[in-house]
Design a binder for this molecule. Structure first.
Ligand SMILES: [Zn+2]
Length: 241
């Protein structure tokens, strides 16, 4: 019976490890996805800054055109001033020139503002390019490392499954079924150690007489409280089994 307990303990250890490995494996695709998302965000931010810069450059070009047209308008108005016949006409042209000059002033202010904005946006594009290339340098390595981890965990799961199969073949079928039933009902833990009369599964005391019998390990016992299969493990000794 000592051998049976040892087999059950080993089976429980394998199953608990498999649960952990599966959980680890589950978290990895999410990490890969987040990495991908960060890359897309940085690329998106860079694209956006480049688009904005293009827009600013275009607007600057338009305003320069506007300025040129304004200057031509002023030039024509000045020429017309030379041919005026009446004071009224003269005043009208002066008024017209004043309107154009006011407008020119506004366009010039706009151009200054656009140039400042373009400078900022150029800096943002440069920073975005720097961030993206720095990220891309580590991105490929990290992604490959994560994919390697997924592969390693898969290999581990296969190994655990094979070891499990070996253990199952060495255990009586009805005991395996009992083990599976308890494991299902008791949060994945069917076999648990007891120390100092306390079940490590439910943390309740077991009867003293049962505890004494348990240390002799002559037959399979279950915790009266949580019904897990229990075994005695000396937690005080070095090299716990
Ligand atoms: Zn218990």
């Amino acid at each position: 019976m000592k051998d049976t307990i040892a087999l059950l303990v080993a089976l429980q250890a394998l199953d608990s490890e498999a649960v952990q490995v599966a959980a680890q494996k589950q978290s990895l695709p999410e990490k890969i996805r987040l990495l991908e998302e960060t890359r897309q965000k940085q690329q998106g931010a860079l694209d956006e800054a480049e688009e904005k810069l293009k827009g600013l450059i275009q607007r600057h070009r338009d305003q320069e055109e506007q300025l040129k047209r304004g200057a031509e308008g002023l030039k024509k108005a000045k020429q017309r001033l030379l041919d005026v016949k009446t004071n009224k006409e003269y005043q009208a042209i002066l008024k017209e020139m004043e309107v154009i000059e006011t407008l020119q002033g506004k366009v010039e202010d706009e151009i200054i503002s656009l140039l400042e904005q373009a400078d900022h946006m150029k800096a943002a594009v440069k920073q975005g390019e720097k961030d993206l290339s720095a990220f891309l340098a580590v991105f490929a390595d990290e992604k490959q490392a994560l994919e390697g981890q997924v592969q390693a965990l898969d290999d581990n799961l296969i190994r655990l499954k094979q070891e499990r199969q070996t253990l199952l073949e060495a255990l009586p079928g009805d005991l395996v079924r009992r083990y599976e039933t308890i494991r299902e009902k008791r949060n994945g833990v069917a076999v648990i150690s007891v120390w100092k009369e306390v079940c490590n599964g439910c943390h309740m005391n077991i009867p003293p007489q049962m505890y004494i019998e348990l240390q002799r390990s002559q037959e399979l016992r279950t915790c009266p409280n949580c019904h897990r299969i229990i075994y005695w493990r000396n937690e005080a000794s070095a090299g716990e089994s």
